[in-house]
Design a protein around this ligand. Structure first.
Ligand SMILES: *[C@@H]1O[C@H](CO)[C@@H](O)[C@H](O)[C@H]1NC(C)=O
Ligand SMILES: *[C@@H]1O[C@H](CO)[C@@H](O)[C@H](O)[C@H]1NC(C)=O
Length: 162
């Protein structure tokens, strides 16, 4: 069986939610594709590094777009256009790269209710904080490089207060 964790969403309750849906669909392949069900996610081209790199203000605007697509409009295709092909996951057992995340989130993201989303960033890092219907409160931390999101942490992250 596949590793049943991903970022902050793939906590145990989510894995429990995901497995029956995949079995029920009867279309799960190994490795899974973005066509797990009718709500498949179109995989965007990976984020291309910007040269020259964005200023802090420009990066803030890009992170606003990422966060809005991810948490508010829930358009994973748009959100993942800001994710680098070399996306590094700082959680044991979670593969690097955007594909794993898209495969897991695609079928279930429309069903996850997100409340109280907020986000902030500086030149180098961005943070998301939100509450989910099934998985509780989540804080994600991301690293930026040349306008793209290149790394992700979600274990014990603290939303900045300053
Ligand atoms: C999601 O974002 C993509 C890329 O920006 C866009 O082409 C697509 O129309 C959007 N989907 C919806 C439902 O808005
Ligand atoms: C998500 O919601 C849809 C529509 O209500 C339902 O058909 C589907 O089974 C749900 N999927 C999961 C993974 O809960």
């Amino acid at each position: 069986m596949r590793i049943a964790i991903f970022t902050s969403f793939l906590l145990a309750p989510l894995a429990a939610l995901a497995a029956p849906a995949q079995e029920a669909s009867g279309t799960l392949r190994t490795p899974p594709t973005r066509a797990l069900d009718t709500r498949q996610v179109v995989t965007p081209a990976p984020c291309a590094p910007l040269n020259p790199p964005p200023t802090e203000e420009q990066m803030k605007a890009r992170f606003d777009k990422f966060a809005t697509a991810f948490l508010v409009t829930k358009n994973l295709t748009e959100a993942f256009s800001y994710i680098s092909s070399s996306y590094k996951q700082h959680r044991a057992g979670v593969p690097d790269g955007p594909e794993f995340v898209l495969d897991i989130l695609g079928p279930m993201w429309p069903n996850v209710t997100i409340t109280d989303p907020r986000w902030t960033s500086n030149a180098e890092y961005g943070w998301l904080n939100y509450k989910t219907s099934a998985f509780g409160e989540i804080v994600d931390k991301y690293k930026f490089e040349a306008g793209c999101i290149t790394e992700h942490w979600d274990e014990g992250e603290v939303y900045p207060t300053d």
